[in-house]
Design a protein around this ligand. Structure first.
Ligand SMILES: *Cc1c(COP(=O)(O)O)cnc(C)c1O
Length: 393
């Protein structure tokens, strides 16, 4: 048996919705994107939703809206997908990594609070938070440079936002929620997507719902809604005059075929989420009690975990990479989610990061194993994965 790492859940109706767009003259900037945005905003409960071409593009526009420019600082997590930090670098800002909580795998709120205070006062205490390259010599001080906090709702579990708010408010920081893995998740009864000033959801094929490529930004801020619409459309002004560009913009638009798929998938989002929950339950039942394997569990602040991938953690004495190779040989792909961002080659070279800089994130990253996961997995496939893992261990 060969089990796919992930598979989208596409119905005949989804496919027909995409095909029907091709019978119209509107393949971009048409009625489907407007409909998708309206329904998405209603689902999350925000005033606005703006469709963009990818989660990365959405995060980039959020960083622009937060006013991040060259040398500005943004606090974020080293334990995420690389796009979380890249979107800060696009604007010549500097990601300030803060270590994670070993249980929730999200930003450690106590560390974030300390980093905000130190960086906002500037001067000497700011230095340990900065990248190694910036600690040497005279970096001046960081006062006034900290613009935003960018928490990630890792593996479909919201970060602890209530503990970020006081520091953010005191120092006028924007909170950008990277909810790319958390569609449908809830934090203390509040939906992911409403936990910061702006949030981004992504629809790559392995996410809870898909549009192929694509993403949605959500916000309650009217001015930011207008700004995002202009930025994604080459900096055009609100009149939409085709050759009138009032700011530096991008082509981050979401086409009509993708938007039509988004409308169709969103219409059955609860079904998509439940199917993923069911597969996670099967994994939970079959892996329970397996020696050396710790299962994912919701934090006390998570009122609904939205299953993005199924990530187990192996005991430190188990050679994770050998287990991965053994699984692969038997037709079961598995991935070491995530490889810490600060240790990616270009961040090491540019900022001087080394192993040991973020011990919790690194220890977690050495132990994690994402098993094949999707809402269309069969019980037979889950059983095969679990039995194969049991044999190898
Ligand atoms: C998927 C993902 C993104 C980016 O999404 P793309 O649509 O692939 O650009 C950003 N952040 C996190 C945490 C993600 O999982």
């Amino acid at each position: 048996m060969r089990v796919p790492m992930s598979s989208p859940n596409i119905s005949a109706e989804d496919a027909e919705a995409v095909r029907a767009v091709l019978d119209t003259p509107y393949l971009s900037i048409g009625p489907r994107i407007a409909e998708f945005e309206e329904r998405f905003a209603a689902y999350i409960g925000t005033r606005h939703a703006v469709g963009v071409s990818s989660g990365t593009a959405g995060l980039h526009l959020a960083v622009i809206a937060a006013g991040v420019g060259p040398g500005d600082l943004v606090i974020t997590t080293p334990f995420s997908f690389v796009a979380t930090a890249n979107c800060i670098l696009y604007e010549r800002g500097i990601p300030v990594f803060v270590d994670i909580d070993p249980f929730t795998l999200n930003l450690d709120p106590a560390c974030v609070a300390r980093a905000v205070e130190d960086l906002s006062e500037g001067g000497k205490p700011a230095k340990p938070w900065l990248p190694p390259e910036m600690r040497r010599g005279s970096v001046g001080h960081a006062a006034g440079r900290l613009k935003a906090i960018l928490p990630v709702d890792v593996f479909g579990q919201p970060a602890d936002y209530d503990l970020f708010q006081p520091a953010a408010q005191r120092h006028g920081l924007v909170i950008i929620e990277d909810a790319c893995e958390a569609l449908g998740a809830e934090y203390k009864g509040r939906k992911a997507g409403r936990l910061g000033h702006v949030a981004v959801f992504a629809f790559y094929p392995n996410k809870q719902m898909t549009t192929g490529e694509g993403a949605m930004m959500v916000t309650d801020d009217d001015a930011w809604d207008r700004l995002f619409r202009s930025l994604r459309n080459q900096g055009r002004d609100e009149s939409g005059a085709w050759l009138n560009h009032v700011r530096l913009g991008y082509n981050y638009r979401l086409d009509e075929m993708s938007a039509a798929l988004g409308v169709a998938q969103l219409a059955r989002i609860e079904e998509l989420l439940r199917k993923r929950e069911r597969v996670a339950e099967m994994y939970g039942e079959q892996l329970a009690g397996m020696a050396g394997v710790a299962l994912p569990r919701p934090a006390p602040t998570t009122s609904r975990l939205s299953w993005f991938i199924y990530v187990i953690r192996l005991a430190p004495e188990i050679d994770r990479n050998r287990v991965m190779a053994g699984l692969e040989e038997r037709g079961v792909p598995a991935r070491p989610y995530f490889s810490p961002i600060h240790l990616q080659l270009f961040n090491r070279e540019r900022f001087g990061y080394r192993e040991g800089d973020y011990p919790v994130a690194e220890a977690v990253a050495r132990s994690t194993l994402a098993l094949p996961f999707s809402g269309v997995m069969t019980e037979q496939q889950v059983t095969y994965v679990c039995e194969t893992l049991r044999k190898i261990l």
